[in-house]
Design a protein around this ligand. Structure first.
Ligand code: HEM
Length: 371
């Protein structure tokens, strides 16, 4: 590159603008709108590249053994960029929808059996966020990650796809790192290494659940009063089920006994942060959790939006990758990685009914603690 960079040299525009040749590696062979199809896909893959960079940066900052007050905003900064990018991605499908269904059919067969199903960067995003293998849908018995391995030919891109999946699987996930951080969070001023921490957590959870049950009883009474007694039994059992589910969630009785203590503390910490979010030291952690939920929400919206765009273009056809098409894509909309963060919303109490805070000084900024 010459000494004084130009816009076109810096961005390697000669290379970039020569990458839209498609199967024939020749744009003159394109059918109408094939350029649109390629450019939209390539643009998404570039955004995925940026999302992966930001996801790793967020994870690495949060993975430090001691995440100080300055680091949490750094994590939030990276998450915000991911969320903006995903939000843009949700809207970007609009451009693809300018493709008429019939014009797509003119070149669709050329693509078989390739498919967005082979987007290894999307799989990396899922893996790095922490989507479990067991949660991943299979079609025709085929595991999506295995599919990439099985279809990757011995080409530079094929080798890259295999390598990138293998590398991502060896990395720590955002979910694991977030759990470590939540696990260490002081709850009611108590940390995991403090003696009596288990009792503090248990007392917090018990108090919380009692208040939740009382709140539900009051709601039930109000509903029965306004709607009449004939619904009382079914409504009561609905509220009872909510409280039972809340207890089993906070007791972590759904997880392996070996992991129960850790997950119990993780869930209690998320609930604690969300509940006492007005405390100075919890304001940023709460924002961080909210950005993680937003990240997942945007990815879910991306999946839904992609599915609607697909339905508009190909209806209920079988996908070029051989899946059930829209039916398969709609099922992927149910994926959730950060399930605990979603679940605490069902348990959360209003601020005026929270258990009394132990050791409120602990959660002030250091300057105001001294002053
Ligand atoms: C005409 C436009 C498009 C159509 C008709 C379409 C169709 C499909 C279908 C039917 C699938 C399911 C797998 C299969 O059987 O092929 C799929 C998967 C996928 N597509 Fe698209 N797609 C389109 C555009 C895009 C774009 C622009 C992207 C952006 C990168 C994209 C990314 C993906 C991804 C990541 C998957 C895997 C989803 C998963 O398994 O969770 N697609 N697509």
């Amino acid at each position: 590159m010459p000494d004084a960079p130009t816009y076109w040299d810096y961005l390697r525009l000669d290379k970039l603008l020569d990458l839209q040749g498609g199967v024939e590696d020749d744009e003159t062979q394109h059918l109408p709108d094939e350029l649109l199809f390629i450019v939209v896909h390539q643009t998404y893959e570039l955004w995925f590249k940026l999302i992966l960079r930001s996801l790793r940066a967020a994870r690495d900052s949060l993975a430090q053994p001691l995440v100080d007050e300055q680091t949490v905003p750094t994590v939030a900064h990276h998450l915000r960029r991911i969320n903006s990018t995903l939000r843009l991605g949700v809207h970007q499908f609009e451009v693809m929808e300018t493709l008429a269904p019939q014009d797509f059919l003119a070149f669709r067969d050329k693509l078989v059996p390739s498919s967005g199903f082979q987007s290894f960067q999307m799989r990396e995003i899922e893996i790095l966020m922490g989507l479990e293998d067991a949660a991943r849908l299979r079609y025709g018995g085929v595991d999506p990650l295995q599919h990439i391995n099985d279809t990757a030919h011995d080409t530079p891109a094929g080798r890259l796809a295999q390598q990138r999946i293998a590398d991502a699987r060896a990395e720590r996930t955002m979910l694991a790192v977030l759990h470590d951080w939540l696990y260490r969070t002081p709850i009611m001023g108590s940390t995991p290494s403090d003696s009596g921490d288990d009792q503090v957590i248990q007392a917090f959870v018990d108090d919380y659940l009692d208040r939740l049950a009382q709140g539900h009883t009051a709601n039930l009474e109000r509903l029965v009063e306004t709607l009449g007694l004939q619904h009382a039994d079914s409504m009561k059992s609905r509220f009872d089920r909510l409280v039972t589910a809340a207890r089993s969630f906070l007791d972590a009785s759904d997880v392996d006994p070996g992991l129960r203590r850790r997950i119990r503390r993780v869930r209690a910490a998320a609930l604690f942060i969300e509940s006492y979010r007005r405390l100075p030291l919890l304001a940023w952690p709460r924002l961080l959790l909210d950005l993680v939920v937003e990240m997942e929400e945007q990815l879910v919206l991306w999946r839904h939006r992609h599915a609607r765009m697909v339905e508009r273009l190909i209806g209920r056809r079988v996908g070029t990758g051989g899946s059930g098409g829209v039916e398969y894509l709609d099922k992927t909309g149910a994926y959730r990685v950060f399930r605990d963060l979603w679940a605490i919303r069902t348990v959360l109490l209003p601020a005026h009914n929270l258990p009394e805070l132990r050791d409120p000084d602990y959660y002030r900024f250091i300057a105001s603690r001294n002053g």
